[in-house]
Design a protein around this ligand. Structure first.
Ligand code: AMP
Length: 213
């Protein structure tokens, strides 16, 4: 089984952004499994998975475990590179499926206040083709405004970054996802905590955790 890292925290905590920054400087090749990105690509391509997931995603709710679990666990089992899970597990059922499959992740828990999350969602622009993420402020802007540095496609806002939907996603996070930590604690999973309200410091801490575990 490959080493598995789990990026944990509320939606908009900057998990994906910290990951992109780290990966750009890392010499190790990882298998980055962002469930949200996989689902968005399937929605855009109109696959059966995308069709099943679309309505849940649009409302800011979670896609049911039976659609998600097999997909993620098979991908982990078949991976020859270390796996980075972004956005999984998000429910107690998903965490239990991971444990039942004999997978013990190293968990990195990003904390950020709701206020900052709402501001970041307002500020986020994404590439719908290759999933690169940028900001509309000077934290991580694209080189050319509105154009993806990575693949040259036009950038846009995620519809679920609308403030009302972000608030709902935060409620879902509290009720469905936070209890995942208890499952991990009960199985002695290592949990590292990072305050991601100051991104530069968080970036250093994250790099240290990745190289020591
Ligand atoms: P994200 O890009 O991680 O913010 O995910 C976007 C949306 O995809 C979420 O609001 C959910 O609807 C869906 N999603 C992502 N990861 C999961 C998961 N592990 N379980 C269920 N739904 C998910």
């Amino acid at each position: 089984m490959p080493t598995v890292y789990g990026l944990f925290g509320p939606p908009g905590a900057g998990k994906g952004t910290q990951w992109d920054l780290y990966e750009a400087t890392s010499t190790i090749s990882y298998n980055n499994l962002s469930v949200g990105n996989i689902l968005r690509k399937n929605v855009a391509a109109g696959t059966p998975l995308g069709q099943a997931a679309q309505a849940y995603m649009a409302s800011g709710g979670l896609v049911p475990d039976d659609i998600i679990n097999g997909l993620v666990i098979d991908e982990i089992k078949n991976s020859s590179a270390p796996v980075v899970l972004d956005g999984f597990p998000r429910t107690v059922g998903q965490a239990q499926a991971l444990i039942d499959a004999g997978i013990t992740p190293v968990v990195i828990y990003f904390h950020v206040d709701d206020e900052i999350i709402l501001k970041r969602a307002e500020n986020r622009i994404v590439c719908f083709k290759c999933s690169s993420t940028y900001t509309r402020d000077d934290f991580k802007p694209p080189v050319v405004e509105g154009v993806c540095d990575n693949c040259g496609s036009t950038l846009g806002r995620r519809s679920d970054d609308d403030p009302e939907i972000v608030k709902h996603r935060l409620e879902v996070y509290r009720s469905e996802t936070l209890p995942v930590l208890d499952v991990f604690r009960n199985h002695n999973v290592k949990i590292f905590e990072i305050d991601n309200s100051r991104s530069a410091e968080a970036r250093k801490q994250f790099a240290e955790i990745m190289s020591n575990n």
